[in-house]
Write a protein that binds this ligand. Structure first.
Ligand code: MEV
Length: 440
């Protein structure tokens, strides 16, 4: 067993690396070389990244790519995407181009409300608690003024606080259920700070509330935290075109394509095994833009998947219909995003990504991210229901396999040409490289 260590976080970066290398690696020189290879040569930029989190020893690169030609509500965008998976950016670009010629993407923000909760335990008379809450509600809001005044000046702040009785689920369990408008900020720190202030006021004032018995005065705060379930922070995205325009080539008719596409969505609507993969494809696009713009993809993932189960069964996020010979494909997803605060002004690539997107507001970014998700799903379903996914995916993955075999530029050129007309599999590439090298 490897040894444990105390005081690791207090060590310098180089001492941390020394300990890791000594404890875990047999080829110590190589391990150190790899870690250092990813350091930035600009010391200030490296320090910035080192200070984002704790115990940093190197940087972890993801490719940063762009997908051009996205027409969104009549305006053209080139969308930045940070993702490691082959073929996602190619699929996004293909979808963008397809819809560019068919009117583009139409989007609309439906709502922007976020939620946070103070979870607490109260043993006593429910009516007395309701009376106490009603008497203290305005103080909950006024005590939070130092936190909310700047946000209020810009038009946001606390929307409402409700008392919720959850004693049917857990004996004595109640919530302060609060809703917020955080404008261009994702708002996690703002919401959590408000909630912690609500909790403080709520607990302290209860101690002085005359009608309470001594047990009732003793409200126990369990925790105060925002919710990443944001069904009221919702954006809609849609594409549509005359049915006859739905095909690009003569391998399949527009009607056949639409029929298979509609069935594919219907399957994802009723079959959770398929729905998860279907939605995963949507998140390929969503997460890539969320990451490139410095937003919290774990929060977005958690919220989107919860939303996909809101009717009690995990289901497709996208929907499709053909009416009056018009094909319409759409999705509504919850996205709590920020374009100020967090890493947005700090991470140079995030700043660049936002500038590329014309420095969007949070509402505009919600729309762009949703577009990337719908585009991705359109591309995935188009491939799955026609050529199959592997043809395009393996073509894009070919370069990874070639790199695995340390193919040089000449070998890459030869084999890329070869695999234009041959099926790409790991074995086929391995054999082809062997054969090429044997001939030399
Ligand atoms: C792969 O990352 C995503 C897909 O599996 C999505 C889908 O099946 O719809 C291609």
């Amino acid at each position: 067993m490897n040894k444990s260590i105390s005081g690791f976080s207090k060590l310098s970066k180089s001492k941390k690396i020394d300990w890791i290398i000594d404890t875990y690696f047999s080829n110590k020189e190589e391990a150190k070389h790899i870690l250092k290879q990813y350091w930035n040569s600009d010391d200030k930029l490296q320090q910035l990244h080192d200070e984002f989190i704790e115990n940093t020893i190197s940087n972890y690169y993801l490719p940063f790519a762009v997908a051009p030609n996205f027409l969104i509500n009549g305006k053209l965008f080139t969308i930045p995407m940070a993702i490691e998976e082959s073929s996602v950016v190619a699929a996004a670009s293909k979808s963008a181009k397809f819809w560019l010629d068919r009117g583009g993407f139409k989007t609309k923000v439906i709502s922007t409300r976020k939620t946070g909760q103070v979870h607490f335990m109260y043993q006593g008379d429910d009516t007395k608690l309701t009376d106490y809450f009603n008497s203290i509600k305005s103080q909950l809001i006024s005590d939070a003024k130092p936190i909310t005044k700047n946000m209020e000046r810009r038009g946001g702040g606390i929307i409402n606080i409700e008392l919720r009785n959850k004693t049917k689920d857990i004996d004595g369990y109640y919530q302060l259920h609060a809703t917020f408008e955080t404008l261009d900020a994702m708002g996690a720190n703002f919401i959590n700070s408000c909630l912690e202030q609500f909790a403080k006021t709520f607990k302290n004032e209860a101690l002085k509330h005359e009608p309470f018995s001594s047990e009732e005065k003793n409200i126990q705060i369990i925790m105060s935290i925002l919710s990443n379930y944001v069904p009221d922070c919702l954006v809609k995205v849609e594409v549509s075109c005359p049915l006859k325009d739905l095909t690009e080539n003569d391998t399949i008719t527009a009607e056949e394509f639409a029929n298979k596409f509609i069935q594919a969505v219907a399957i994802a609507e009723v079959e959770p095994y398929r729905a998860v993969t279907h939605n995963k494809g949507i998140m390929n696009g969503v997460d890539a833009v969320v990451l490139a713009t410095g937003n919290d993809f774990r929060a977005v993932e958690a919220g989107v998947h919860a939303y996909a189960s809101r009717n009690g069964k995990y289901s497709s996020l996208t929907h499709v219909k053909v009416e009056n010979n018009v094909f319409t494909f759409w999705m509504e997803i919850p996205l709590a995003l920020g374009t100020v605060g967090g890493l947005t002004k700090l991470h140079p690539l995030v700043k660049l990504a936002l500038e590329l997107l014309h420095n969007p507001s949070a509402k505009e970014l919600m729309q762009i991210v949703a577009v990337a998700g719908l585009a991705q799903n359109f591309a995935a379903l188009s491939s799955l229901t026609t050529t199959g996914i592997q043809q395009g995916h393996m073509k894009m993955h070919l370069m990874n396999i070639l790199n695995l075999f340390n193919a040089n530029t000449r070998e890459k050129e030869t084999l890329i040409t070869h695999f234009k007309t041959n099926l790409v599999t790991h074995n086929a590439v391995a054999e082809a490289i062997k054969e090429l090298r044997r001939k030399e």
